[in-house]
Ligand binder design. Structure first.
Ligand SMILES: [Zn+2]
Length: 549
């Protein structure tokens, strides 16, 4: 993954501050790297276009086959939409009427045939001698354009290697997309041959130097050359954990991310170690089922329940105090929204009733659609330098709104940041504790990120809305990520009936998962907490892992 070295790698990340030397140059390089990445996307799109044009020209049947596939896709979609409509009116889930199912089946068969024809037509075109010659030309031209783009980009070589590595996956799969510039950036230095922490602190290297003690250091990162001399960027770094002596630093990354209104800096070191990275305190045997969810109880928000094959079990609860932090942040947000609407309403009235200077008329053209506080705040900041007669009252009013909004916003952001920090801490501890007790975690194979992004119906009632908010607070995806990172092994279980099957007798039953925490199985009479039941099912559904030697 990192270079050609096959030694196991690990990334150590350290919090950093903005560069104290050559900050401008760092910014320029990050922006250039971003542009270079987009340039490579553009080149790849051109290559695909040229290849497609060539293949079309050489294979007269291809276009018809492609059209047939597209038409069939459309028709399949139409039937699927009809099925959804039927289900909605019948208030059930399922696969539609028998006729609809037959139709879908037939269309899919036809699509398969059409796709086969398309593949054949393409293969035929690629096989021709003419194609081989021309594809060679296209690839050569693409290579040359890429080399030109690299030369033009003026970014230092470690960074362009990174950009090119990331662009490597452009070559296959769906067409790559251009990326918007958000201010995020990454500079990279490859340390060929690797260096130890001692080498870095010795201060003699021409690529990367650490200066200071093992806790507070200045990182010198090479970002260019002047003649043969290195050009350095220097960033203060908090070395919260030492670089192990038996490691080699292979890559150095300086990373900048935009968080709220400022930048967060990070220094990341890719380390390799001949002996590998197995965490010494991980359990060597044992299985645990962990069920994620979000359920508000009296003492907090339950976000997980676990059950181990040693008979122990327990819950992970985000304490009510921490849930309150999220609610406080939400409250602040709605106060801000209310104040914004009031300010905007009176501003719009004022605009309508007054003769405006050109700049203000121009900037408030779309004021009817403004949804973000930042628009109004930016306007009033600009306004300071463009004061005009008769604006005293409204300017003072909006400026007062802005000051207060900034205060509330800072407060809101801090609440949220603290809330996230507490949650990460809790989850990390949870994962660490269980990973010392059990070697394998069995979790549900669910894409939480998809669920979170799924658009919700507008008719959604308050109950759903609250549930969605609790899911965001619980962030099961984050918990899953920490567990995957921490455990020696994680098995994802297909969890179709995790909550519907009784772990004691194996029978299926309809439980109302949302309302009743404790349930009695109508088959065997066992009584259990639903989340415990789910954890037990996850534990049982996985193959029991072997002990590692
Ligand atoms: Zn049962």
């Amino acid at each position: 993954m990192f270079g050609h070295d096959s030694l196991p790698s690990c990334i150590y990340s350290y919090g950093a501050k903005a560069p104290t030397i050559n900050a401008e140059l760092v910014n320029a390089q990050m922006s250039a790297a971003h542009k270079y990445g987009n340039k490579l996307v553009e080149i790849e799109l051109q290559r695909r276009e040229a290849t497609n044009a060539l293949v079309r020209r050489l294979s007269p049947d291809l276009e018809a086959a492609e059209q047939a596939v597209a038409d069939l896709d459309q028709r399949i979609k139409a039937v699927q939409a009809a099925i959804r409509l039927t289900n909605q009116s019948a208030r059930k889930k399922g696969k539609g009427t028998p006729e609809q199912r037959a139709e879908i089946k037939e269309l899919r068969t036809k699509r398969k045939e059409a796709a086969g024809r398309r593949k054949e037509a393409k293969a035929l075109a690629y096989e021709s001698l003419e194609a081989k010659a021309e594809l060679g030309t296209i690839n050569q031209a693409t290579g040359q354009t890429m080399r030109d783009a690299r030369a033009e980009s003026e970014i230092y070589w470690g960074t362009y290697l990174q950009v090119e590595q990331a662009a490597g996956k452009n070559r296959s799969g769906p067409p790559p997309r251009f990326r918007r510039w958000t201010g995020d950036g990454k500079l990279a230095v490859q340390i060929q041959g690797g260096m130890t922490a001692e080498d870095a602190f010795a201060g003699k290297d021409k690529r990367f130097i650490l200066e200071g003690d093992s806790k507070y250091a200045q990182a010198w990162i090479r970002i260019g050359s002047e003649g043969r001399q290195p050009v350095w960027a220097v960033v203060p770094v908090l070395m919260h954990r030492p670089i192990p002596d038996d490691c080699l630093i292979k890559w150095v990354y300086l990373i900048r991310r935009r968080v709220e209104a400022h930048h967060k800096w990070q220094l990341c070191l890719v380390l390799s170690r001949a002996g590998g990275w197995q965490k010494p305190d991980l359990a060597r045997s044992g299985n645990v089922g962990i069920d994620f969810g979000w359920r508000l109880l009296d003492h907090g928000l339950r976000v997980a329940y676990w059950a181990g094959d040693d008979g122990q079990s327990g819950e992970l609860v985000l304490p009510i105090r921490d849930v309150g932090r999220w609610q406080k942040a939400d409250d602040l947000q709605s106060i801000r929204d209310e104040r914004f609407n009031l300010a905007l309403t009176s501003f719009r009235e004022w605009l309508r009733a007054h003769e405006l200077p050109d700049w203000l008329a121009e900037r408030t053209k779309s004021v009817g659609q403004w949804r973000a506080q930042a628009r109004l705040a930016a306007l009033v900041i600009h306004w300071r330098g463009e004061r005009f007669a008769g604006d005293e009252e409204i300017f003072a009013q909006i400026e007062a709104w802005r000051k207060k909004d900034k205060h509330l916003w800072t407060w809101e952001v801090n609440q949220r940041r603290k809330a996230v920090a507490w949650r990460v801490d809790l989850y990390r501890n949870f994962a660490a504790t269980l990973s010392r007790q059990y070697r394998v975690a069995h979790i549900e194979n669910t894409k939480w990120s998809d669920m979170a992004k799924r658009p919700t119906a507008e008719t959604e009632d308050d109950g759903n809305k609250a549930s969605r908010r609790y899911r965001q607070i619980a962030a099961p995806g984050r918990l899953g990520k920490l567990i995957r990172e921490r455990f020696a092994e994680v098995v994802k279980e297909e969890a179709a009936y995790t909550t519907q099957r009784c772990h004691a007798c194996g029978e299926l039953a309809q439980f109302d998962a949302a309302t009743h925490l404790w349930t009695k199985c109508r088959h065997c009479g066992a009584e259990w907490d639903q989340d415990y039941n789910a954890a037990m099912n996850l534990l049982a559904s996985g193959p029991v892992a072997q002990k590692t030697p």
